[in-house]
Design a protein around this ligand. Sequence first.
Ligand code: 8YV
Length: 317
Amino acid sequence: MLKLLITRPLPDRVIAKARGFFDTTVREKTTPLSREELVASLKDYDLVLPTLGDMYSAEVFEAVSDPRARAIANFGVGYNHIDTQAANNAGIPVSNTPGAVTDATADIAVMLMLMTSRRAAEGERMVRSQSWGGWHPTQLLGLHMSGKTLGIVGMGRIGQAVAHRAHHGFGMTIKYFNRSPKTVDIPAEQIDSLSGLAGQVDIMVIAVPGGNATHHLINAEILSAMQPHAHLVNIARGDIVKEADLIEALENGKIAGAGLDVYEFEPKVPQALIDMENVTLLPHLGTAALDVRENMGFMALDNVIAASERKPLPNQV
Ligand code: 8YV
């Protein structure tokens, strides 16, 4: 039997399936692999199923001259923690789990859109701290989301799923920025500059992949272009937003609020954000539902199984 390393505990059904095919090691820690573990994973296992935070840098691949690993099947759609060029050079194909994450992540985007625009977290904190004195007509007034304009940065699968929800569910006008021209099956306008989009929308959702090409894409220039009543939502990768610039924009009223599921230096969250009432902070909940995580796991296993049979990976990146 080929040896498979799964780098975090995964749902029971996924582990059971893996054990049916492979001599499976499940690493019990919930933290990313150390440098030694990364190197060992390529040396000691035929197949590796890693996830967010397992930093397969070029240096890790270079440290293993004759890797035993014949595939890296990432659990998750985002693979900015894996240097795919270096993996290719080492002859190790990499796959991800597109599709399995789309709806759940789009749902979290809508949740954050509503939470930040309608001040839900602030209200919840008020109730919990027993400082709610009772309803009155001008209390906690937020931004009425229905019918407003949504800007989507990155009109891939997740961006389109957010657009569908916002258009059909909330009657929002959809505008988007995408590197390449893209047509979509709902009324939506592609704007050719990101700062142009930023200036036209009431809520802006980030849905581009992480990685070098999008690092600090949302910076002071873009945040300054946004309207003072607008909100920013990030459900993609933390370092797409230059967090120091976001803090500055919030502190100086350049935008009205933010809803974040991801952070530049995850899991560190700056105290300045924690201290702001108009910021909603979630712990990377994008796909946190059992059936979604099972589907992600099964999809990653499909790729592992294909690699074990020396077939092309169905979701090679
Ligand atoms: C995952 C995500 O749960 O799929 C992704 O890329 O961002 C999350 O929803 C997590 O990152 C594991 O990959």
